[in-house]
Design a protein around this ligand. Structure first.
Ligand code: COA
Length: 497
């Protein structure tokens, strides 16, 4: 059954159960697991490690590409076996452990982890656990629905555990482009001039001696948990499309736009979905995750190709995608996240970056990660890699959260992920603020009048008027700047009654 997936005969002797393979992982080790936004994650080893942690102490540093599926992050966190976690997560149970201080979470730009491992800035990976479609005759590992940091983990780890997943079609071979930059300082430019270019291998080269165990699995990826578009996300999409039409009319870009990047989550997916009703044609994507909306645009023919590091789809779209895999072969490239998110490449290609903010302030600083300024939501992910380097950096958010009790437009964000210098355009369901070439004093009225919910505009106007009295390049009343968070805690709403 799995013989055709292990094409180097001597590796057949490495096939074992997950429980046996888990013995290779010892307390205190650093483990690098495949998996990026629920796609291509190791399925059996997290369960085996949870089981093992019941009978002996196991505290690990766990690195991945991004978030894991199958509740693995939550189960491992609840079992107490995750001492340190990086660079991204999106799990409610793990989030709780991070926010109580039980798990040390290092929230990191997704392009950076591989670079830091290569430079020795992080402790090296002891064991890599990677999901694969197959192992080639020369020992190369063919990843499944994501590449993420898998190539770096597999190449650096002293031992590699491969999970061959029988539910992944062999036809995925050829979708990946494994290219890793060489160590600094003798590195040339990454030779990527277009989103569709291929420059690496289709499998991760690993010396067969380092493949310590092979586990056979057959569980599929967890489906995406992005919600369908709603009235507000439709309105956000319309504002973005009208703005991009203006860019085309002004001659700043052609009808194919610039390569698109769209962040994780419900809102970015919905905005991209809205492009189906747009006049744009022959678009390309250079992103880190492909959600349902990207496949819809490929199917409608508006998107000519898409490059990313993972494919995370709803159950129905996943099934359809695998059924029609051949039709996407020439149109999808899966790359290491170091390349999909690489600042040099993002700047060169001149992307339109579309990411979601939890909240933004009247000057355009964006908080993507910390609820109320203190509590981790998911992490910065790739948003910083793209926002700082894109040609156009757009942040979208609904104007209010929690039924209107929280305004997503505030006087001053209590945590900054993207500074005003990295943000070109802000959008809510009420409108769009084009901040390019504007000074902070010009930005504030635009953001308040175009993006804030009408209920909150009087409060924001009053704050700005008070702040302007004190003068400054970026006027604030520091004694009041965070009052809104106190009011929410005390009264259950940021709105002044
Ligand atoms: N304060 C507190 N909570 C807020 C909030 C605010 N200002 N704005 C939104 N939220 C809450 C929502 O109420 C919702 O909570 P719930 O899950 O309890 O319902 C949650 O945040 C998610 O918001 P939603 O409106 O559904 O948006 P989303 O699914 O698109 O996610 C982010 C938004 C910001 C959490 C998500 O995009 C993210 O993690 N971004 C950072 C990483 C990133 O941008 N990566 C991009 C490259 S892939």
């Amino acid at each position: 059954m799995y013989e055709e997936r292990i094409r180097r005969p001597e590796l057949m002797s490495k096939v074992m159960t997950a429980a046996q393979a888990a013995r290779l992982i010892k307390n205190g080790m650093t483990v690098g697991m495949s998996g990026f936004t629920r796609a291509g994650d190791a399925k059996a080893m997290p369960l085996a490690l949870v089981e093992r942690s019941r009978s002996e102490p196991l505290a690990l540093t766990l690195l991945t590409g991004a978030s894991l599926g199958n509740d693995s992050d939550g189960m491992m966190a609840n079992a107490g076996l995750v001492a340190r976690r990086m660079p991204f997560q999106a799990d409610a149970a793990l989030r709780r452990k991070i926010n109580t201080g039980e798990v040390m979470f290092i929230d990191q730009h997704l392009s950076e982890t591989a670079e830091q491992l290569r430079s020795g800035d992080l402790k090296e990976i002891d064991v890599a656990v990677v999901e694969a479609v197959a192992i080639t005759a020369d020992g190369g590992i063919i990843p499944s629905m994501s590449v993420g940091n898998t190539a770096t983990f597999a190449q650096q780890a002293r031992q590699v555990i491969v999970e061959i997943n029988l539910s992944t079609p062999l036809a995925l071979e050829g979708f990946h482009d494994i290219y890793l930059p060489v160590a600094r300082p003798h590195r040339g430019a990454i030779p990527l001039l277009t989103p569709w270019q291929r420059m690496g291998w289709t499998a991760i080269p690993v010396h067969p001696d380092r493949i310590a165990a092979i586990i056979i699995t057959d569980s599929p990826d967890s489906p995406s948990n992005a919600l369908p578009p709603d009235e507000e996300t439709d309105a956000i999409a319309r504002h973005v499309i009208r703005f991009l039409e203006g860019e085309v009319q002004a001659g700043r870009m052609g009808p194919e736009l610039r390569p698109l990047q769209a962040g994780i989550g419900t809102i970015a997916n919905a905005v991209l979905h809205g492009l189906i009703d747009s006049p744009f044609r022959n678009m390309t994507m250079y992103s880190e995750v492909l959600q349902d909306s990207a496949i819809e645009l490929l199917d409608s023919g508006q998107l000519s190709m898409a490059s990313a590091s993972s494919i995370t789809l709803s159950a129905a779209m996943h099934e359809k995608f695998l059924r029609n895999l051949e039709s996407y072969r020439e149109r999808i490239v899966l790359r290491p996240q170091e390349i999909s998110n690489h600042p040099e490449v993002v700047r060169r290609l001149g992307l339109i970056a579309l990411n979601t903010a939890l909240e933004f302030d009247i000057y355009g600083n964006v908080n993507s990660t910390h609820v109320g300024g203190t509590h981790m939501m998911n992490g910065i992910g790739g948003s910083g890699d793209f926002a700082r380097n894109a040609q156009l950096s757009i942040f979208v958010s609904k104007s209010v959260a929690k039924g209107g009790a929280i305004s997503s437009v505030v006087p001053m964000v209590p945590h900054v992920d993207h500074t005003e210098h990295d943000v070109d355009v802000l959008v809510s369901e009420w409108g769009l603020a084009d901040l390019r070439g504007l000074a902070p004093r010009e930005r504030a009225p635009l953001i308040i009048e175009h993006c804030a919910h009408p209920d909150y505009r009087p409060q924001l106007r009053a704050y700005l008027a008070e702040a302007l009295k004190g003068g400054g390049q970026t006027p604030h009343v520091l004694e009041q700047a965070f009052d809104w968070y106190g009011r929410y805690k005390r009264e259950g709403s940021m709105l002044v009654k």
